[in-house]
Ligand binder design. Structure first.
Ligand SMILES: Nc1ncnc2c1ncn2[C@@H]1O[C@H](COP(=O)(O)OP(=O)(O)O)[C@@H](O)[C@H]1O
Ligand SMILES: [Mg+2]
Length: 302
């Protein structure tokens, strides 16, 4: 069998080389069994909130730093409106893969991508793709909050102005809506003209999420967005992710497995650049198909 599957079931396909057909959708739905293998179904509550379809698909995607292949031929279909977590030990390629979803790696000297990353039918690495427009559709939040050294208002308005919106009333509306969405409006509404750097770390990170949301992206990439924050601020970010789920496709890198289990619908386990296993979070954490995944989630390495 030569057809590669690009689904969360890829692990099963790798394992069962004799599989007779490639699946194109994740095994959420209760076929119950597939090729004789029991499939853990997604929770009904989760399913009810999601209108599942593939939003972005990595197809044989490799990322190279000069001659080193840091991400190795990943096939992965990311579901629209879902929260997808990427877990794995330090250095396994999580951030590199995440950055390949909005071509942030273009900015890294010596970095080269092969294969395809298909966003709503279009390969984002095709020569005609407008990278600025792409990054507006696929926003990013980093590990360390990085507000601009400007007022809270200007942090949010900045990207919106670049889109050509200059009307003060319209900008104010967008600023309020974005800050509300990011669950920080009440904390900052009376100090919009103050410097964003005066906010706490947790507030700065929610501000950065608001800034990403202001330009109305479809996809939000988050690279360990809470790892620099205390437990309380972390909980607020996790609550916010739950709020945004459904309206945005969210891909979150985390080295915190409890966090992945709490916030995500799907989990992908990466190891040494390879996507070892991908599936419904519940299945990955309760019934992993690969020993490497099991060893990692049970804390045997990492
Ligand atoms: N800018 C870079 N130049 C060269 N190698 C890099 C660069 N960024 C990451 N790498 C290497 O690529 C591999 C994957 O790194 P990374 O994606 O940051 O892993 P993770 O996010 O899982 O910790 C590591 O071996 C790392 O050293
Ligand atoms: Mg990283």
């Amino acid at each position: 069998m030569t057809v590669a599957t690009q689904t969360p079931d890829i692990a099963a396909a790798k394992e069962k080389k004799s599989m007779t057909s490639a699946t194109q959708t994740p095994d959420l739905e209760a076929s119950g069994k597939k090729d004789g293998m029991a499939i853990v179904t997604h929770t009904p509550e989760a399913k009810a909130n999601l209108n599942l379809e593939t939003h972005i698909a990595a197809e044989g995607l490799s990322v190279w730093y000069r001659t080193t292949e840091a991400v190795k031929k990943v096939d992965m279909m990311i579901q629209k409106g879902a929260v997808t977590a990427i877990i794995g030990p330090s250095g396994c390629g999580k951030s590199t893969f995440l950055r390949s979803i909005n071509r942030m790696n273009d900015l890294v000297p010596g970095c080269n991508v092969t294969g395809r990353m298909v966003l709503e039918g279009q390969n984002i690495y095709a020569p005609e793709v407008d990278v600025v427009a792409l990054r507006q559709r696929v926003g990013m939040v980093f590990q360390k909050p990085n507000p601009f050294p400007k007022s809270i208002f200007e942090n949010i308005a900045f990207g919106v102005r670049l889109q050509g919106i200059s009307n003060r009333g319209r900008l104010s509306e967008i600023v309020e809506r974005s800050l509300t969405r990011a669950a920080i409006w009440d904390e900052v509404k009376d100090r919009l003209t103050q410097n964003a750097l005066g906010l706490s770390g947790g507030q700065q990170q929610r501000l950065c999420i608001a800034r990403a949301l202001a330009v109305e992206p479809q996809i939000l990439l988050m690279d360990e967005p809470a790892s620099a924050l205390d437990p309380r601020a972390t909980a607020r970010i996790e609550d916010l992710i739950a709020e945004l789920r459904g309206d945005f496709t969210i891909v979150i890198v985390t080295h915190n497995m409890q966090q992945a289990a709490r916030v995500s619908d799907y989990t992908a386990f990466f190891y040494e650049g390879v996507m070892v296993e991908y599936g419904p979070t519940q299945q990955i954490f309760t019934n992993p198909r690969f020993k490497q995944t099991e060893d990692y989630i049970t804390g045997r390495f990492g």
